[in-house]
Design a protein around this ligand. Structure first.
Ligand code: HEC
Ligand code: HEC
Ligand code: HEC
Length: 406
């Protein structure tokens, strides 16, 4: 699976768009490029369902406005995009407008708008080579007034911008390529940038972190990444393998690595980390020493030793092929305890990482541990290995329980 991607042959050290302009329409090179870009842009995440055929749609996307469904984008003439021209395809990615409707921004055209025409054409050529699948697309199931598609015309006027704002500073060729990979193809902002009341990206806080479903998307600005110990090499390992000294990809980040970033070539992995950290990265911060109430910490340590240490290690070092380290883990170091508490309550289902690595599931402890115990555990982990104050209260845990069994 990890065979060197075809693009490795191209010189991606040159300007970000120059790579594609040499590719001939209809050539094998264009198809290979289209395949690579379709992965980098993660079209499958929303257009290939767990049970359906590739790109045949049906993936359910929940939102505060109701449910959206990724459409059938196979070349089927009736149910897919088989009758579309390359111009019409580009318009869908660039403007969110199809031959017969305005798309909702659950389709991330707010990000794909920055995609080059050549890249759109390559993706189009690749998709047109896929097997047509005669499955109708599901219509979005939205609450009033969001179910009125024409409303999107008015949404697009203030909110559809030609480019997204940058969280980092840079101008190197690698930074520019990374900007394109992050903002246009990888649409990282769609999850990591907070949203306003109309579901629009809040461009004053690019990549500043956002509430999603259960697992929140952390702050991945240069300052946010440095604060929890990330550097360029570890970020590249994380995007290529899903596991780094700072932890594993889970929640909605797991499919991003699984379906998309693991396929990026070396130059693109480097470019992505350069863009996130900027041309002059901040030094990763060491874990601060925290003083806290010893009774609280002792209680947390006893619980950790009894229920967590078997997998995560008594010293929090983790165990190879069993579980990630807690010492210096970015989830433990995050000032916001949301993801730490949710991981303990819900657990994480077994995940298959690139290559041969796969981790068993982490059990959820919602049924086994009380709010007080989970708060003690959070405080022990934060103060011992996260450099964060032991300030978590049982009420904070209670608020995040899916059920109120305890
Ligand atoms: C985050 C989820 C998401 C991703 C990623 C995504 N899409 Fe979509 N896409 C959607 C949704 C949802 C719809 C339907 C929107 C609606 O109902 O208005 C859609 C609709 C479309 C349509 C319109 C189809 C039709 O019949 O009207 C096209 C074309 C399309 N997507 C292509 C792509 C391509 C190509 C990619 C990758 C470059 C991609 N999408 C990535 C969610 C996504
Ligand atoms: C049976 C083994 C097992 C036990 C017991 C266990 N975990 Fe985990 N834990 C894992 C695995 C495996 C992962 C990574 C899962 C993945 O990403 O696929 C994980 C992930 C996590 C994460 C998310 C961080 C990251 O980078 O993935 C946190 C936080 C965590 N565990 C805390 C705890 C705490 C606290 C306890 C005790 C209450 C605990 N775990 C008990 C196996 C375990
Ligand atoms: C579908 C939503 C989604 C998209 C798209 C997405 N992320 Fe994430 N990301 C998350 C969530 C949720 C987490 C928290 C869980 C974890 O740490 O794995 C996360 C975690 C991360 C982390 C670890 C941060 C930390 O401190 O632990 C990095 C780095 C990251 N994402 C970078 C990216 C980049 C770069 C992209 C675009 C290529 C991207 N993400 C796209 C949802 C998303």
């Amino acid at each position: 699976m990890l065979v060197a991607v075809l693009l490795a042959a191209c010189d991606s050290g040159s300007s970000p768009t120059a790579v594609q302009s040499t590719v001939k329409p209809g050539s094998a090179d264009q198809l290979a490029l289209g395949r690579y870009l379709t992965k980098a842009a993660d079209c499958a995440a929303c257009h290939t369902s767990a049970t359906g055929a590739a790109f045949a749609g049906g993936v359910e996307l929940a939102s505060p406005f109701g449910k959206f469904y990724g459409s059938n984008i196979t070349p089927d003439k009736e149910h897919g995009i088989g009758k579309w021209s390359a111009d019409q395809f580009y318009r869908a990615l660039h403007d969110g407008v199809t031959p017969d409707r305005h798309l909702y921004p659950a389709m991330p055209y707010t990000s794909y708008r920055s995609m080059t025409r050549a890249d759109s054409d390559a993706i189009y050529a690749y998709l047109m080579q896929q097997k047509p699948v005669a499955v109708p697309s599901k219509e979005a199931d939205l609450k009033f007034p969001y179910n009125m598609r024409f409303g999107m015309m008015f949404w697009n006027v203030p909110f559809l911008k030609n480019s997204l704002s940058d969280a980092s500073v840079g101008q190197s060729a690698s930074w520019q390529r990374g900007q394109y990979l992050s903002n246009a193809l990888g649409h990282c902002a769609e999850c990591h940038t907070p949203r306003g009341a109309f579901g629009q990206l809040d461009l004053s806080k690019p990549l500043g972190g956002a509430a999603l479903g259960r697992v929140a998307a952390p702050n991945i600005t240069p300052a946010g990444l440095a604060a929890v110990g990330w550097n360029a090499a570890d970020l590249q390992t994380f995007f290529a393998t899903g596991i780094a000294p700072q932890g594993s990809a889970y929640g909605e980040m797991f499919p991003v690595v699984h379906l998309s970033t693991q396929y990026l070539n070396k130059d693109d992995l480097a470019a992505l980390s350069t863009y996130l950290l900027g041309d002059k990265p901040l030094p990763p911060e060491p874990v601060k020493t925290i003083t806290a109430d010893t009774t609280e910490l002792d209680a947390g340590k006893r619980l950790y030793t009894a229920v967590c240490a078997g997998c995560h290690g008594f010293q929090g070092d983790g165990k190879p092929h069993v579980a990630v380290a807690m010492k210096g883990n970015s989830t433990v170091r995050n000032a916001d305890p949301h993801n730490l508490i949710v991981a303990m309550l819900d657990g994480i289902e077994a995940q298959k990482f690139p290559g041969t690595e796969s981790l068993q599931d982490m059990p959820g402890f919602a049924g086994q541990l009380s709010d007080k115990e989970l708060a003690q555990l959070s405080n022990f982990l934060r103060a011992t290995w996260g450099g964060q104050p032991a300030s978590i209260t049982p009420d904070q845990v209670k608020a995040l329980r899916l059920t109120t069994a305890h």
